[in-house]
Design a protein around this ligand. Structure first.
Ligand code: FAD
Ligand code: NAD
Length: 478
């Protein structure tokens, strides 16, 4: 094994493995160190995203959605089924198979692209040296021209609800339940709470989400958050806002949760409790004290807009640095840093990072919310279009939600697009492309969308910005 590399990447999550592959594609001698071990006992590249995050959660979201559709909605479209049952063990096994396929796929991509994979731990020393400790415990000092730190994040734990083996769990534990809990509590009605709460709700759990904030999804557009809350409540998610959990303990095989809200103290008994109150940067034993990389007050690695740390030739990307903790944001940072190391000049457009919550309907957005525009005093026009008026959504029996477009009042430039509805995760890409190219709402209105598609709702909302959506009554002549 060579001890000198052009680039050493620490962490093979989406940020790190994208960086490593792009470096190798650009002809740089690259090694990637990652400590994750999969269920088979082998190294499992892909980080949180492939092992315990995006992919396993979406496998369960898709499977549970199909189950709920078959159970509750097939008869509405003339398909009668009986005896629809969940086989949790089979669902979990399939999820594990998808994870295994993708993590070994990353190992294959490393091999194919010539990235040296080093299973074990990496620690940055001064002068771009890296201490590599294999899983067997052998240590080696490696030299690099450049180092990219991509160690990711881990779930936040809270004192009132300490995790136990199987009853009080974090998101990783919630992806491993072996049966459907009759009663499920979730602390935190954020992205993970809603996604994993939806999975188990669809499979039959009674789900209560305890959210500290008075406001639901404060990062989303207010109108979209309000409509989403109604849709989720109709699905049976019991979302209790403005609650403060003060304790959780295991008693006779159940979990007793105590919490406070405006009406005083309450208790809730559940069979399992998921703690989903956010994630924090993971930097345990990553940095030697003299390596020159600094942390901010919240524990993130300090970087500039180009992901350079305070140490020369050391970069940091992904969840461990400022910005949203999203896989695609980390991927783009990883690619940018690789290309910068190779002498190119790309940058990441942090104004165009899409967010998606993979509930059903999905919630997705990019750019500014209406409340942000109001707060900054910007003038804007709004176009909305409900899926209830979309031919394709009606044909698919999936009409909840709407598209909302915000455009600058003077220039008509698209400032934000917000969707709650079927396939919102796919529709938002249209908005991201439009915003990347500085499109006006009129540009979207002049673009031809295939009929019948859900994308036509984006088209109609764009026409609605100027007040002339076709499938909505608007008596003003424009
Ligand atoms: P990570 O994916 O956390 O990877 C870091 C890797 O580095 C890990 O393998 C870790 O073991 C390794 N590592 C850390 N320190 C060291 C060290 N010193 N030496 C060696 N290796 C080290 N995001 C989305 O965009 N879409 C989603 O749908 C989505 N769903 C999610 C669902 C869940 C349940 C969770 C928990 C997260 C989800 N996320 C989603 C967030 C997403 O997983 C993260 O944003 C993303 O994985 C961050 O990528 P990363 O490469 O920065 O870090
Ligand atoms: P989050 O920040 O989305 O939600 C956490 C929620 O918990 C917030 O609403 C917060 O107000 C609440 N909370 C915090 N402390 C609390 C307490 N003591 N009691 C009650 N409520 C409390 O975080 P998350 O859902 O844990 O997700 C972590 C990260 O993972 C997010 O940043 C997200 O970007 C990423 N993620 C993304 C996706 C996706 O893109 N679809 C899916 C899952 C996770």
């Amino acid at each position: 094994m060579s001890e000198n590399y052009d680039v050493i990447v620490i962490g093979a999550g989406p940020a790190g493995y994208h960086a490593a592959i792009r470096c190798a594609q650009l002809g740089l001698e690259t090694a990637c160190i990652d400590k994750s071990i999969g269920k088979s006992g082998d190294p499992a590249y892909g980080g949180t995203c492939l092992n315990w995050g995006c992919i396993p959660s979406k496998a369960l979201l898709d499977a549970s959605h199909k189950f709920e559709d078959a159970q509750k909605h097939f008869s509405e479209i003339g398909i009668n089924v009986s005896g629809v049952e969940v086989d949790v063990a089979a669902m979990m096994a399939r999820k594990d198979q998808v994870v295994q396929g993708l993590t070994s796929g990353v190992a294959g991509l490393f091999k194919g692209n010539g990235v040296t994979d080093l299973p074990g731990r990496g620690k940055l020393l001064a002068g771009c040296q890296v201490e590599y400790t294999s899983h067997g415990g052998e240590q080696q000092i490696l030299e690099a021209e450049h180092v990219i730190l991509a160690p990711g994040s881990v779930p936040v734990e809270i004192d009132p609800a300490p995790l136990t083996d199987h009853l009080i769990v974090d998101s990783t534990g919630a992806l491993e339940f072996q049966s459907v809990p009759e009663r499920l509590g979730v602390i935190g009605a954020g992205v993970i709470g809603l996604e994993l709460g939806s999975v188990w709700n669809r499979l039959g759990s009674e789900v209560v989400l305890l959210e500290a904030l008075e406001e639901f999804l404060p990062m989303a557009d207010e109108r979209i958050a309000r409509d989403s809350l109604k849709l989720f409540a109709n699905q049976g998610l019991d979302i209790r806002l403005g609650t403060r959990v003060i304790g959780a303990k295991v008693d006779a095989g159940a979990v007793l949760v105590s919490y406070q809200d405006g009406d005083g103290e309450h208790s809730l008994e559940v069979d399992k409790l998921i703690v989903a109150v956010g994630r924090r940067p993971y930097t345990e034993d990553l940095l030697s004290p003299d390596c020159g990389v600094n942390l901010d007050e919240r524990g993130f690695l300090c970087v500039n807009d180009l992901c350079a740390t305070d140490a020369p030739r050391v970069y940091a990307v992904g969840d461990v640095v400022r910005g949203p903790m999203l896989a695609h944001k980390g991927m783009e940072e990883g690619i940018m840093v690789a290309e910068r190391i190779a002498g190119q000049k790309p940058s990441v457009n942090y104004d165009c990072v899409p967010s998606v919550i993979y509930t059903h309907p999905e919630v997705a957005w990019v750019g500014k919310t209406e409340q942000e525009l109001k707060a900054s005093g910007d003038t804007y026009n709004v176009g909305t279009f409900p899926f209830a008026a979309s031919g394709r959504a009606l044909a698919a029996n999936d009409t909840g939600g709407m598209v909302k477009i915000l455009a600058d009042a003077e220039s008509d430039r698209v400032l934000g697009v917000h969707v709650v509805g079927p396939q919102a995760s796919e529709l938002i890409a249209q908005a991201v492309i439009a915003m990347e190219f500085d499109a006006c709402a009129e540009d979207l209105g002049l673009t031809m969308f295939a009929h019948p598609t859900l994308g036509e709702a984006v088209h109609e909302a764009a026409l609605g910005v100027a007040g002339h959506a076709i499938h909505m009554v608007n008596r003003k002549k424009r």
